[in-house]
Design a protein around this ligand. Structure first.
Ligand code: HEC
Ligand code: HEC
Length: 329
């Protein structure tokens, strides 16, 4: 405790330390998975759906005001999500960059042919992080049979509701901010919910875990995270592991193995399994053995697709992409 107090006193006593933000660290924070601001403001603050920040000359207090009390559609972020010191660091990094001539395109652009609920979803910024078809929440909702009241909590009181909805991974931050009821009205949010629930339909919540087993054998577990009696069952499931360049499949185990074939979508050979159904809490275990290890762990990857339930309108592009986790550092 004494040492801590002494360290604080030292920090306070040396304003130079507090006033020289680490620009390289601020850049890597912006680029990291802990902040998704870049989805709206661009990889180097060049702007997209959100205004450009590079070279604009905003002060740290203007920056802070915009993040804590945004005046428009931007959600508000708490000090646990981004600290005042981190904001000061980002201000310094953006001040060191040249002003951009032209902002970048939105990651998911608004289109006139979109249904109303989807238009609200894109224009309120959700699509910049969740993609055109709201895949991740539709799966979390499908897996848990979520109602509109829960969605409201998750959007307006995100930072308090989210940890109750799903256990937070240790060391990771919540990257979505708290939306304002004044900017995103409840009726707009209801339109989004109805679009996701009625037009598209909720998705089963499937997760794949691909890890090294022994030698060049890799274990793949596919789990349905849904709650029994509430969650959705995936039917006619196709699981593909893309064979990395230079390797061949020497063995494979698990129900429904169909062998290796050329796949158009993967633009290469895939090892394929077909499983009739994966119900909530089911875990399906597979292994694949390669002639040689992939160059990088994440080069070994694949997809899960299922025939039902699919989107009620539009093409069925529902997919879960997975890759081998790099070893923990
Ligand atoms: C959903 C898209 C979106 C996300 C995510 C987002 N912003 Fe914004 N940001 C905006 C928009 C739109 C504005 C314009 C004002 C408003 O809507 O409040 C804005 C305004 C700002 C401004 C003020 C710019 C000016 O010209 O005055 C700053 C600074 C800012 N955002 C920083 C951040 C930071 C830092 C994060 C991440 C913690 C972030 N934003 C996340 C969309 C977003
Ligand atoms: C800055 C990126 C970003 C924006 C913008 C955003 N979200 Fe999220 N959202 C996330 C992330 C990431 C999570 C997972 C929890 C976290 O890290 O905060 C999440 C979680 C959720 C969840 C909880 C269920 C789940 O899938 O985990 C819902 C519901 C949700 N978002 C809806 C919305 C809606 C509706 C909007 C627009 C009004 C929106 N989000 C805007 C990034 C974003």
């Amino acid at each position: 405790m004494k040492i801590f107090a002494a360290a604080v006193a030292l920090l306070l006593a040396s304003p130079a330390l507090a006033q020289t933000p680490d620009i390289a660290a601020s850049k890597s924070l912006w680029e990291s998975n802990n902040l998704f601001c870049k989805n709206c403001h661009g990889k180097t603050g060049e702007g997209a759906m959100g205004p450009d920040l590079a070279g604009r000359g905003l002060s740290a207090s203007q920056f802070q005001q915009a993040v804590r009390k945004p005046w428009g559609v931007m959600p508000a972020f708490t000090t646990e999500q981004i600290s005042d010191a981190e904001i000061a660091g980002l201000t310094a990094w953006f001040a060191s960059l040249p002003k951009v001539a032209e902002t970048a395109a939105w990651r998911v652009p608004l289109a006139p042919e979109m249904p109303r609920g989807q238009q609200a979803y894109v224009s309120q910024g959700c699509a910049q992080c969740h993609g055109a078809t709201f895949d991740m929440p539709r799966a979390a909702f499908g897996g848990r049979g979520t109602d509109f009241a829960t969605m409201k909590e998750l959007v307006y009181n995100h930072t308090t509701a989210m940890p109750k909805f799903e256990e937070q991974r240790p060391g990771s931050r919540l990257r979505m901010g708290n939306f304002s009821t004044l900017r995103l009205t409840e009726s707009q949010l209801k339109e989004m919910y109805d679009w996701a629930h009625d037009d598209l339909g909720f998705r089963p919540e499937l997760r794949a875990e691909l890890v090294p087993s022994t030698g060049t054998t890799y274990a793949l577990n596919v789990t349905n995270l849904g709650e029994p009696g509430k969650g959705l069952t995936a039917q006619r499931v196709t699981i593909n592991v893309i064979v990395p360049a230079g390797a061949t499949v020497t063995a494979a185990t698990g129900d429904g193995y169909k062998g290796v074939h050329m796949d158009e979508k993967a633009k290469g050979n895939v090892a394929e399994w077909q499983v009739p159904r994966i119900a909530p809490k089911d875990v399906k275990a597979f292994t694949v053995t390669l002639s040689q290890a992939p160059a990088k762990p994440e080069d070994l990857k694949g997809t899960i697709r299922w025939a039902k339930p699919g989107p009620r309108t539009g093409p069925n592009n529902d997919v879960v992409n997975f890759a081998m986790r790099p070893p923990a550092r």
